[in-house]
Every structure is written in C-alpha cells, then in structure tokens.
Design a protein around this ligand. Structure first.
Ligand SMILES: [Fe+2]
Length: 323
C-alpha cells in the first residue's frame, strides 16, 4: 500500500458513509408509502357456522393503520401525506402510538385526520408519548437497560386532549363496540393485565370482528389467548435499517428480524406491525425500509369457523428485545 492509498481509502469510506446517511435521512425517510394488505377473519367458534348455509357470508372492513408519527417539527411532507391518506373512505382509522415526540408536536395534531371514518378513529399511546427521552437514554440505555427510559412518565393529558379535539377516541385499556360488526380494544402503553384483556375482548357480541390496538409488540400470546382476531401495532419502525436477506437489524420487540413489519400470524390471531411514518428526529433515517401507512382490508366471515381451529401459539425463534 503506497502513501496515497490510505488517505484515499479513508476519504472514500467517509464520503460513502455521508452519502448513505444523507440518502437515509433526507430521501428514504420522506418516501412515504401507502400499502394494502388483506386479512380474513372468522366470527364463529367450533361447533357452529360451517354447514348452516351462512358460512359464505362476509363483510369487508377497510381499516387505515397509522403508527409512530412522532410529531415534533413542521415536517411538511409527512403532514401532507397524513392529510391526504386520511381523506380516504375508511370504516376505521387506527393510530398505534408514538403519536407525539414532544409537546411541540401537539400543534400538528390537526393533520392526523382529515375526515371522520364511518366507524370512528381510534388511537393508543406509545412509549414516546409517555417518555421524554434524552440522548443518555438513547445511547447508554442500549448498553444498560436500567437507563433505557427516563425515571418518570410525562403528563399525557395534553396528548389525549389534542387527539380527542381532532376526532380521535383514545383508548386507555378500553373497548368500543359497533353494531356494524366490529369490537375494538385499545391497549395502553406499557401493557395490560392479560385477564383484563380477555375480559375486554369477551365483551364482543357474537360474530363481531375482534380488533385490538397496541403499541409495542410484546406478550403477543396474550392477544392469542384472549381470542383477538386481528391485532395491530407499531414501535418497531420495521427496524428502520434492513439488510436484504437478513431483515431488520433490531426490532426492539419480541419479534424476529424477519417479522419486524407486515402481517404475521400467531395461532388464530393475525398481527399487523406497521413500519410507521417517522422516528425520533435524532435517529430518523431508513434503509430498505421506507415509512408507510397501510390499508388493511378485513374480510370477515361472521358465520364461518377458522380453518386452522387447532392452531397453537408459536413462539418466535429469535428476537432482539431490548425493552
Ligand atoms: Fe416509534
């Protein structure tokens, strides 16, 4: 290696790193996608449904799933995207936490919902709503879990008020039932007692879709045990940085690297994990993982039995859970 090779190599590495960082933070982090997935749910339990002549009847619910908006700054692209997608024709719009990064973001709450969906707009809160994270938490907390979160929650009443006054129903371990056939349960951060979750889900009238909202993917088996048909959450941001063939580097949840976002199944429960629309502004960069909102088309068969009615809960084989 001659004298000029090392500085040239170092310069190339620095320039490449800078280029990747600029692309990840200025281009891909603003490349908002609207995607669609389809899920079939079944309203009848074993012993009824199939064979009664009604098992082919179905209802379709269009649900817009938003997550991890981390509102804090006047990010024009993100706010415009939110205003456009929420102007669509949906049965439900759901928002699964990390809505605000700080109190400054409250003034952008009006961009979260352009018009009322037919059956309502529901939100749950996430860890970034409850905690005001410092750099210390962000960096040292990765090494020692003791410092992962600030010592105290901040007051979330201003967040709840901002959402409520802009058309959202914030669910704090509560449920809502619609006679059109949907039962919604919202799990507040950091979680819910499994028995209470089961009780809230069991309030669903026969044949209703049992939909649950949560922020952080953990204790997913409790949703399976409670009999939830479809549960939607966020928190992972899809990993933010994904390596082709490997998946997310971290998921910050009980999910495996390949399950960091999208549709996954545990037992008879379908889970949709959103890539989210943003992140903490100090680390809002993405590679092979653009921000997204998702339309979930739920095809519900109220008189049909789940075809895999003996399916048991399967634990993930690997995870990168730091919380
Ligand atoms: Fe988040």
């Amino acid at each position: 290696m001659n004298k000029k090779t090392l500085p040239l190599l170092a310069g190339s590495v620095i320039l490449t790193g800078l280029g990747v960082y600029l692309y990840a933070s200025k281009v891909e982090a603003k490349n908002f996608k609207l995607e669609t997935v389809r899920v079939t749910t079944y309203g009848a339990d074993g012993g009824q449904g199939n064979g009664n002549g009604k098992s082919r009847e179905k209802k379709i619910f269009r649900i817009l799933h938003l997550s991890d908006t981390h509102l804090s700054e006047p990010e024009t692209d993100k706010l415009r995207f939110l205003e456009e997608v929420t102007d669509g024709d949906f049965d439900l719009v759901v928002l699964t936490g990390d809505v605000f990064e700080n109190y400054t973001g409250l003034k952008y709450a009006s961009s979260l919902l352009s018009r009322q969906p037919k059956l309502g707009a529901y939100a749950v809160l996430g860890n970034h709503d409850y905690y005001n994270y410092s750099f210390f938490n962000k960096i040292v907390g990765r090494i020692n879990r003791r410092w992962r979160h600030p010592m105290e929650y901040r007051d979330v009443q201003p967040m709840i008020k901002a959402l409520s006054s802009n058309g959202w129903d914030v669910l704090l371990n509560e449920s809502r039932t619609h006679s059109e056939g949907v039962h919604v349960v919202g799990v507040d951060y950091p979680g819910i007692d499994p028995a209470e979750l089961t009780r809230l889900v069991s309030e669903a009238p026969d044949g209703h879709v049992k939909l649950a909202l949560f922020h952080m993917p953990r204790y997913l088996h409790t949703f399976v045990d409670a009999g939830v048909d479809i549960a939607v959450g966020g928190h992972t941001h899809g990993g933010q940085i994904r390596v082709p063939g490997v998946g997310a580097l971290i998921t910050d949840s009980e999910l495996s690297r390949k399950e960091a976002s999208g549709l996954i199944y545990r037992g008879k429960t379908a889970f949709h994990i959103s890539r989210g629309l943003s992140a903490d502004p100090r680390s809002n960069f993405r590679l092979f993982c653009p921000p997204a909102a998702t339309i979930i088309e739920v095809v519900h068969k109220p008189y049909a039995v789940h075809p895999d009615h003996d399916t048991a809960y399967v634990a993930p084989r690997e995870s990168s859970f730091v919380d």
